[in-house]
Design a protein around this ligand. Structure first.
Ligand code: T46
Length: 135
C-alpha cells in the first residue's frame, strides 16, 4: 500500500473565486492544535528529514509546488504536492523529506499538537530501529 494518503478538500467556488474550509475531525482527521507555513524556500534547499512519534499532520500546497518523499522504514514513495485542494497526510512514524520547492511555494501544515522537539526523530538510524517495532 502506498504511503501517500491524499485528502481531497472540497472547493467551495463561485464566480468570485475559490474557498476551501479546513475543519478538525471533519475533513482533517484530527483536532487541529497548530498551523504553520513554509515559504520563501531557497532554490536547491531540502527540508524535513525527520519523523514524528505522536504528531499527525496534513500538508497543503497553497501556491506553487514541492516534492515529498515519504518513508515508513519499509516502503518509500514520492509525491508532488501542487494543489490547494489536496492535503497530504503525514502520519506518525513517517520519515519525510521535502525537495524542489518552487519559488512561489507556500506550504501550509496543520498539526495535531503543539510544537515539541521531543516528538521529532531526526536521526535516520534511530528512526529505522523504532520503525521495526512499529511496523
Ligand atoms: C514537519 C515538516 C513538514 C518551531 O519553533 N515551531 C514550530 O511549530 C515548527 C514547525 C518549527 N519550529 C522551529 C524548529 C526549528 O528551529 O522552526 C525551525 C525550523 O523547523 P524544522 O527545521 O523542523 O523545519 P522543517 O521544514 O524541516 O520541518 C517542518 C516541521 O518542523 C516538521 O514538523 O513535519 O515541516
Amino acid at each position: 500500500m502506498s504511503l501517500i494518503t491524499l485528502i481531497d478538500l472540497p472547493v467551495l467556488g463561485d464566480e468570485r473565486g475559490s474557498l476551501v474550509a479546513l475543519e478538525g475531525n471533519k475533513n482533517i482527521p484530527f483536532e487541529i492544535k497548530r498551523v504553520y507555513y513554509i515559504y520563501g524556500t531557497q532554490k536547491g534547499v531540502a527540508r524535513g528529514f525527520h519523523a514524528h512519534k505522536e504528531l499527525k499532520q496534513v500538508a497543503i500546497c497553497l501556491s506553487g509546488s514541492c516534492r515529498f518523499v515519504m518513508d515508513d522504514g519499509v516502503k518509500k514513495n514520492e509525491f508532488i504536492l501542487n494543489s490547494p485542494s489536496q492535503g497530504l497526510l503525514i502520519d506518525v512514524m513517517q520519515w519525510h523529506e521535502m525537495y524542489d520547492f518552487s519559488e512561489d511555494c507556500i506550504l501550509l501544515v496543520l498539526a495535531s499538537d503543539f510544537y515539541d522537539e521531543a516528538d521529532y526523530i531526526r536521526n535516520y538510524d534511530s528512526f529505522m530501529k523504532l520503525s521495526k517495532r512499529h511496523n
